[in-house]
Ligand binder design. Structure first.
Ligand SMILES: Cc1ncc(C[n+]2csc(CCOP(=O)(O)OP(=O)(O)O)c2C)c(N)n1
Ligand SMILES: [Mg+2]
Length: 322
């Protein structure tokens, strides 16, 4: 493991930031103040952070409807994200996009996406441009097990292979697409075999293990950066909340989430590993928890106090001029 202590602290800070963001949104959404639909990423933090810690300036990611974690991991500003969720002025997309349409091209974040399977075609464009312009960049798309069964994803994997693009396809398999179990819905059973059918190198990883996910993502991203073409990462993970806020979760087994929270919580496992090996000390991690809690608190207060977008904003960002 080539991570310095500073990088380990960063990894923990990002994962905690995502968790705190999501836990707070869970509580705030229940008050009715946040408009639209919200899908929480809590439980899956290690995937976004482990992948994005291997990315930098020239790299792009495309996300999903469950996109807060990807946005935070790629460096989107958290206060502006919070305003975006509340639909307020100063939001990352002017308060006009909301949870499912957060984007920040200046950070290489091509957008959360309300269209399941919308991300994979987008990264073919970003990866093609990186290849032609020789920027050294890599493009990564995250998608769920439901998104993995969309035609757009299969076409994008094929195109990336035919064009030998610096692209990485990250399947976040959290066990369900809405209420449909991925163990039932993925024809052929093994996602890696499907990706291999398109010529993609594939790896699988337990997504609650930050270290394994970081190392495996690193190999695949390095492979793309070196000009070897696209690859596929099957991240096995669990979401701690329902498909959307308000989901009664009747399709989940009794104790399923409680077991995941006690045995497969990426933050708990990270804390155990770095403290038992002496890489970091508990007070360092507790300090980060307090810093992050204060940041999220003030982000929520600011978002609630911010005014809505001005009415003239209705007419901006509608068309793009090239
Ligand atoms: C093209 C399209 N079809 C259907 C939907 C409705 N829909 C929204 S999320 C979702 C399930 C997605 O499941 P998955 O890809 O596993 O992601 P997860 O919610 O588990 O993160 C569906 C069917 C949609 N938004 N877009
Ligand atoms: Mg899913």
């Amino acid at each position: 493991m080539d991570l310095s202590r500073e990088q380990l602290l960063d990894a923990y800070r990002y994962m905690r930031l995502i968790r705190e963001f999501e836990e707070r949104i869970h509580a705030e959404f229940a008050t009715g103040e946040i408009p639209g639909f919200v899908h929480l990423y809590a439980g899956e933090e290690a995937s976004a952070v482990a992948v994005c810690m291997n990315l930098g300036e020239p790299d792009y990611i495309a996300s999903t409807h469950r996109g807060h974690g990807h946005c935070i991991a790629k460096g989107c500003e958290v206060r502006a994200m919070m305003k975006e969720l509340y639909g307020r002025r100063g939001g990352l997309c002017g308060g006009k996009g909301g949870s499912m349409h957060i984007a920040d091209m200046s950070k290489g974040m091509m957008g959360a996406n309300g269209i399941v399977g919308g991300g994979p075609p987008l990264i073919c464009g970003a990866a093609l441009s990186a290849k032609i312009l020789n920027t050294g960049g890599v493009a990564v798309t995250f998608f769920g097990d439901g998104g993995f069964n969309q035609g757009t994803t299969l076409e994008a994997m094929n195109l990336a292979s035919a064009w030998k693009l610096p692209a990485v396809f990250v399947l976040e398999d959290n066990g369900y697409a809405e209420s449909t179990a991925s163990s039932w819905s993925i024809g052929g059973g093994d996602p890696i075999k499907r990706a291999a059918g398109f010529g993609l190198v594939g790896r699988a990883v337990e997504g609650h293990d930050f270290f394994a996910t970081y190392q495996t993502a690193r190999e695949l991203i390095d492979y793309a950066r070196a000009g070897n073409g696209p690859s596929f990462l099957h991240v096995k993970c669990t979401r701690f909340y329902g498909h959307f806020e308000g989901d009664a979760c009747t399709y989940r087994g009794p104790g399923e989430v409680a077991t995941a929270r006690s045995e497969r919580d990426c933050l708990k496992l990270f804390r155990d590993r770095v403290t038992t090996t002496g890489l970091l000390q508990l007070p360092q991690l507790d300090d980060i928890d307090s810093e992050v809690a204060a940041l999220i608190n003030s982000a929520v207060t600011e978002a609630k106090e911010a005014p809505p977008p001005e009415s003239v904003a209705l007419m901006t960002d509608v068309y793009s001029s090239y």
